[in-house]
Design a protein around this ligand. Structure first.
Ligand code: GDP
Ligand code: IMO
Ligand code: MG
Length: 429
């Protein structure tokens, strides 16, 4: 068997959580391969809403195993908040949740460092979620990190203190005073106390060699779905650097983030919204600053699942999607949130970028280039609610045209349409 992949083709928040949950009944294992609690994946069913940050979105199906892979970084406090929320809703995540021993820990001082480094950047800040992502991955690649597998070590406390003290030096050097700084409403000492309580609790979870487990699953005919976090345009190599996250969000990240070889990668499903959003700083060529942008934000409830920040909104960007499709080797497309366009008489799609009247033939290195101009095609809106649509054959003609145009431009089929946040508001070809 092979590992199928679901990942975002834009700047995150495409609706990955919803679709992974919809796909879960078809898979034996769901695995997160990168990112950490910067992710916020929303799943809505039976009138209940859940937002997951670290736990894979297959957790609501008890027969499916959910693995937090080695490429993920874990804040134990946030992990246990998620577990407690699920438990309060009558779900027992300990039963079908597994954690890779090689995944790295986010320390409370990684979070302080994130804030210190962002403050030091001033107006050039990334707009990080401040969950400690950049600093924790920096320590991983700098070979200073502490892994989940180190928790039982006799020297764990020494490892912790050594790394924490190193962080304190940097924080002091940056002149960052954290005496009154709050981490999710808690002072550092209180957060650190909760962190150690959560570290103790991790000992009761199933900690495994994820790479061995997953390869055994594949050998034994089990199906595996890898769940991406963030999106392709936030990839550390290919996104709008430096306004990116600190991991490889693309299909290639699955191999390193789970320990499976490239020949075991199966189908990659690329998710995108019918428009674009971005939260945090960085270039966004099709961003709207007018009433249409506000309509997308309000209609699409475009506020960050992790931070609550308003998301920047804009028209669909085909050059960016084509680039993302190339990087990921997408097999089939999933389009989300077209229902948000219901009140729009006309919809624009960016078909090309131009610079000084010349159409660009490839995706630009510098997306911030002020001379870069999107070229738009305008399409007629459908002006009808999609609430009653349960099948592709139910959709209005103008919506069908919108889909066909995108499929032709991207040379890929859109096999799934999501027309509302609930699990059941999903049309499959
Ligand atoms: P993820 O990070 O990719 O999992 O996406 P988020 O959960 O951060 O953001 C997607 C948001 O859109 C969530 O609030 C979802 O409940 C919502 N959503 C998902 N699909 C649809 C859809 O088809 N229509 C509408 N209106 N909302 C959707
Ligand atoms: P999901 O998985 C949208 C953005 C942040 C910031 C940049 C770097 O829910 O799609 P970081 O905290 O990684 O240092 O932030 O990346 N970002 C996301 N934007 N969805 C996400 O995850 C994101 N995770 C990080 O806003 O601009
Ligand atoms: Mg999200």
């Amino acid at each position: 068997m092979k590992v199928d992949v679901i990942l975002g083709l834009q700047w995150g928040d495409e609706g990955k959580g919803k679709i992974v949950d919809v796909f879960t009944p078809r898979y034996d294992v769901i695995a997160r391969f990168q990112g950490g609690p910067n992710a916020g994946h929303t799943i809505i069913f039976d009138g209940k809403k859940f937002v997951l940050h670290t736990i894979p979105s297959g957790i609501f199906h008890p027969q499916t195993l959910n693995i937090i892979g080695n490429g993920v970084i874990i804040d134990p406090v946030i992990l246990f908040r998620e577990i407690d929320n699920l438990r309060a809703a009558g779900i027992n995540p300990e039963k079908n949740l597994l954690i890779a021993r090689r995944s790295h820990l986010i320390l409370p001082t990684h979070r302080l460092l994130d804030s210190a480094l962002e403050s030091a950047k001033g107006s050039a800040k990334i707009g990080s979620t401040l969950k400690g992502i950049g600093p924790a991955y920096t320590d991983k690649y700098g070979r200073n990190g502490i892994r989940v597998g180190n928790i039982p070590d006799e020297t764990f406390m020494d490892q912790y203190r050594q790394l924490r003290n190193l962080h304190f030096e940097v924080i002091r050097h940056a002149g960052f005073d954290f005496s009154a700084h709050k981490l999710d409403g808690l002072l550092f000492e209180d957060y650190e106390r909760q962190w150690f309580e959560a570290i103790e609790k991790i000992k009761s979870l199933k900690v495994i060699d994820g790479e061995v487990f997953l390869n055994n699953c594949l050998d034994n005919g089990k199906s595996v779905l890898a769940e991406g976090a963030q999106g392709t345009l936030l990839d550390v190599d290919f996104g709008s650097y430096p306004f990116v996250t600190s991991s490889n969000t693309i299909t290639a990240g699955v191999c390193a983030g789970l320990g499976v070889s490239p020949h075991r990668i199966g189908k990659t499903y690329g998710i995108f919204k019918a428009y674009c959003t971005r939260v945090g700083s960085g270039p966004f060529p099709t961003e709207l600053f007018d009433e249409d942008g506000d309509k997308l934000r309000t209609g699409g409830n475009e506020f960050g699942s992790t931070t609550g920040r308003p998301r920047r909104c804009g028209w669909l960007d085909l050059p960016a999607l084509k680039y993302a499709i190339m990087l990921n080797g997408v097999y089939s497309l999933i389009m989300m949130k077209a229902d948000v366009f219901t009140p729009f008489p006309a919809i624009k799609i960016c078909t090309d970028y131009q610079r000084e009247n010349e159409i660009l033939q490839s995706f630009p290195f510098n997306l911030s280039d002020e001379k870069l101009q999107p070229v738009y095609r305008e399409m007629t809106g459908w002006n009808t609610s999609l609430d009653r649509c349960v099948d592709f054959s139910d959709i209005p003609a103008e919506f069908d045209e919108y889909i066909k145009f995108i499929e032709k431009e991207l040379d890929l089929p859109i096999d799934i349409l999501s027309v509302g946040p609930d699990r059941i508001q999903t049309l499959q070809r």
